[in-house]
Design a protein around this ligand. Structure first.
Ligand code: XIL
Length: 395
């Protein structure tokens, strides 16, 4: 005969399989358990049965139809973060913030953490930094349980005039950059989980890009990748917990640029320079969709993975010359294939698109005549590319 303890014992075993749990309760009910338990317990049991049944029904539904899941949910099951670049000025648009907060598990300020935006005045000024716009995104990320990626500490673009036109000497420039990295990384310590510390430092031929930070006058002229190492070390000191990335474009496949990034990464790993991962921007066109290119992307990811690095797809967009149904389908196919590359590579744990709605994409400003590069159209309708990414994550 089942007594009170028996009721309690079954109920205290939440870790038994869902089906077993349901069957146990049902068989108890058939063997008279509802007679021996108090009315309140029976009601409780009935509610349990109902809850378990609803639960397993929704489980079955979600297995049968991943369509009802957000990108974030399907990516999570793969241990991949689904991210996007975002801008605070669009958060007032209901569609924008609803999609951002539900479909993505990670975000990165598209511009607000760049030197020009975040450090617009010299250090001699009483108030050299403007953290507010990026802080708005930090708040949004935190209140939607999203991780935040920082972009970018050292880049040749979007630098303020006070730096560009300051005619600083090498030691002065080193002080400026160190202060910048210290202050920005410290401000976001424990809020930003990963930083693009250095962005786009190589030319297509694999040589160092000539920039104000590298050699004009730079802080490491003639010393190869030493200024990148220096920036990584400063960032690591400012927040030892943040993951530190080198990020670049057109280094997705095996080519001269990715060879140079690889050689640097290998050297850094060997010498214990704090480099945790590589960001592959992946701003591409439909021409990227051919077997040799995709195979080369996979091979490239694999060689970086073998160095023990994390791999992030950081700025994915696929620009089109028109929005015909054929182009949108071709775009969807390529989105799916690139997503699959990440799914199949264990070291790849972030797929981040460069924005998510065609309404606010940088593409039409940057590439005349091109556009339609993202997963939602300019009216916030999901495009075929959305389904392709979702399917590739769910497969
Ligand atoms: C772009 C932004 O999307 C634009 O809004 C801005 O005007 C210029 O920069 N590689 C990068 C990004 O690392 O920071 C760039 O973002 C796109 C190319």
């Amino acid at each position: 005969m089942f007594g009170k303890q028996a009721c309690g014992r079954v109920l205290r075993k939440p870790n038994i399989g869902r089906e077993t749990f349901t069957m146990k309760i049902i068989s108890m009910r058939h063997s008279g358990i509802n007679v021996s338990c108090s009315v309140r317990k029976v009601t409780f049991l009935a509610l349990c049965v109902l809850a378990v049944q609803i639960n397993s029904a929704s489980l079955r539904r979600s297995q049968a139809s991943p369509k009802s899941n957000t990108l974030r949910q399907v990516a999570e099951a793969r241990h991949i973060l689904m991210g996007t670049a975002a801008a605070p000025r669009y958060l007032d648009e209901a569609d924008y913030s609803a999609i951002l907060g539900s479909e993505f598990s990670e975000l990165e300020p598209e511009n607000q953490m760049k030197f020009q935006m975040i450090h617009p005045r010299p250090d001699s000024d009483a108030n050299p930094y403007d953290f507010k716009p990026a802080d708005v995104l930090v708040d949004f990320a935190q209140s939607h349980n999203m991780l935040l990626r920082g972009h970018t500490l050292v880049w040749h673009n979007q630098i303020p005039d006070w730096v560009k036109q300051g005619h600083y000497t090498e030691p002065q420039l080193a002080t400026i950059l160190k202060n910048h990295i210290d202050s920005v990384v410290a401000h976001y310590a424990s809020k930003v989980y990963a930083w693009d510390v250095v962005n786009e430092a190589f030319k297509d031929d694999g040589t160092m890009r000539d920039t104000i930070w590298c050699n004009q006058p730079g802080i490491g002229a003639g010393k190869g990748t030493q200024y990148i190492e220096q920036a990584l070390r400063w960032a690591h000191t400012a927040d030892p917990k943040a993951k530190l990335f080198y990020n670049d474009y057109d280094a997705e496949v095996v080519n001269k640029k990715s060879d140079a990034v690889y050689a640097m990464a290998k050297d850094f790993k060997k010498r214990g320079v704090p480099l945790d991962g590589i960001g592959f921007q992946t701003h591409v066109t439909l021409q990227f969709d051919n077997p040799a290119t995709l195979a080369s992307y996979a091979a490239n990811l694999e060689r970086f993975a073998k160095l023990g690095l994390e791999l992030h797809i950081t700025e994915l967009d696929i620009r089109l010359a028109d929005s015909s149904a054929a182009s949108l389908m071709a775009q969807a196919k390529l989105y799916g294939e690139i997503t699959t590359l990440c799914v199949q590579q264990p070291a790849c744990n972030l797929i981040q698109t460069w924005g998510f709605t065609d309404e606010h994409s940088w593409i039409s400003r940057q590439y005349k005549g091109m556009g339609w590069a993202l997963l939602w159209d300019d009216k916030y309708q999901k495009k075929p590319a959305y389904d392709a990414v979702q399917d590739a994550l769910a497969k």
